[in-house]
Design a protein around this ligand. Structure first.
Ligand SMILES: Cc1cc2ncn([C@H]3O[C@H](COP(=O)(O)O)[C@@H](O)[C@H]3O)c2cc1C
Ligand SMILES: O=C(O)c1cccnc1
Length: 354
């Protein structure tokens, strides 16, 4: 069996017994039932994922997948392609937003070159390069089917390497100038929404740039005719290498019963591909935030995920996911540290008011 098929076959439903036990414990804590809202939802989801009704976060790791996009030659980004590798060097030097937010959340970062256009040399960079950037998807498929599968499998490998080193919760991050374009294309192909709902300004396009980007996405979909019933077809024709890698990270996480915190627009495009490949993988996803990129809300709704944070962020890199670690951590502390009605001597019976 291929690595991808073997991984998919290991993804199961959540542990219902652990969810029930987590709920029972939440209900004896000194608070009205359900009053901690999303914190309680997070505890139950973590219990279902890990099988532990009193879940703990342990070691948090943000996996950043970096790749380039041939479609940038159509003028779809406000920034030039070389910013991809320059930002990767910034991650490795510790100076990017994701470094600051990860340090603050007590999370480790790993960065993987899955398809940067140039070769970057650094001892801490994980190299899983499938190819030097994708093809321009307005002229044909972004990559071949076998390259897409290789990139997904590379993402599974990176997740497994981190899990083997002790990671107990993963988060997704992306770097790739132009990558909001394939992300919008994926959204449009899966939902059939009008292009205006799928497209956004990314790093800061002006009105002309936004109109051009919408035309480019439409042309790429028309020329490639991706099949929405075949997620690997969509990924290879109008996707990207880092999106494929993140799809693998998500599937690998789910296969190992490890929660995976989904960042913004690009990460959620990968989550859509993963959810189409194996719908059970969605149970293992925690949506960190809703991005300012207009299509992100529709992506999350399509997956049935509700975001923890509304921060007006639109950066990617894993920044929303790193911030959400604080809330997820807080949820686990509530479950393990709050007093029960019995231990604190607080009356449980609600007044009957007629
Ligand atoms: C300095 C800089 C740092 C970034 N960090 C993440 N992105 C984000 O912006 C890019 C996507 O937007 P678009 O499709 O418009 O190119 C991705 O690299 C994403 O990770 C950045 C972009 C820039 C310019
Ligand atoms: O939401 C995101 O992840 C995003 C939005 C715009 C540009 N880069 C990333």
């Amino acid at each position: 069996m291929s690595k991808l098929n073997e991984t998919i076959s290991r993804i199961t439903d959540l542990n219902k017994e652990a969810i029930k036990k987590a709920q029972q414990h939440l209900d004896i804590l000194t608070k009205p039932q359900g009053s901690l809202g999303i914190l309680e939802d997070i505890v139950k989801q973590l219990a279902g994922i890990t099988g532990n009704p009193m879940p703990k976060l342990g070691e948090k790791v943000v996996i950043i997948m970096a790749g380039d996009h041939g479609v940038v030659e159509e003028g779809v980004s406000a920034f030039p392609q070389e910013v991809t590798y320059q930002m990767v060097l910034n991650f490795l030097a510790g100076g990017a937003a994701i470094n600051v937010l990860s340090r603050h959340a007590g999370a480790k970062i790993v960065c993987c070159d899955i398809g940067i256009a140039v070769d970057v040399k650094h001892p801490d960079l994980i190299i899983k390069k499938v190819r030097h950037g994708t093809n321009n998807m307005t002229k044909g498929p972004a990559m071949s089917r076998s390259e897409a599968i290789r990139a997904v499998e590379a993402g599974i490998e990176v997740a497994e390497e981190q899990i083997a080193k002790g990671a107990t919760i993963l988060a997704t991050g992306d770097m790739g100038i132009g990558n909001t374009t394939p992300s919008s294309a994926i959204l449009k192909v899966f939902t059939g929404c009008p292009i205006e709902k799928a497209v956004g300004r990314g790093t800061g396009l002006n009105d002309n740039g936004l109109a051009r980007k919408a035309m480019v996405i439409n042309r790429a979909i028309e020329i490639n005719n991706p099949d929405p019933g075949d997620p690997i077809d969509v990924l290879s024709k109008v996707g990207g290498l880092e999106i494929a890698g993140l799809t693998g990270v998500i599937l690998g996480s789910a296969a190992h019963k490890i929660p995976v915190v989904i960042d913004g627009f690009i990460s959620t495009a990968a989550a859509m591909i993963a959810g189409k490949i194996e719908p059970k993988a969605i149970n293992y996803m925690i949506a960190s935030h809703v991005s300012e990129e207009p299509g992100h809300k529709l992506m999350l709704e399509t997956l049935g995920l509700s975001p923890i944070l509304h921060m007006k962020m639109r950066l990617g890199e894993g920044t929303g996911a790193a911030l959400a670690f604080h809330i997820i951590d807080a949820a686990t502390h509530v479950q393990s540290e709050m007093a029960t009605f019995e231990s604190a001597g607080v009356t449980t019976a609600p007044l009957t008011i007629d």
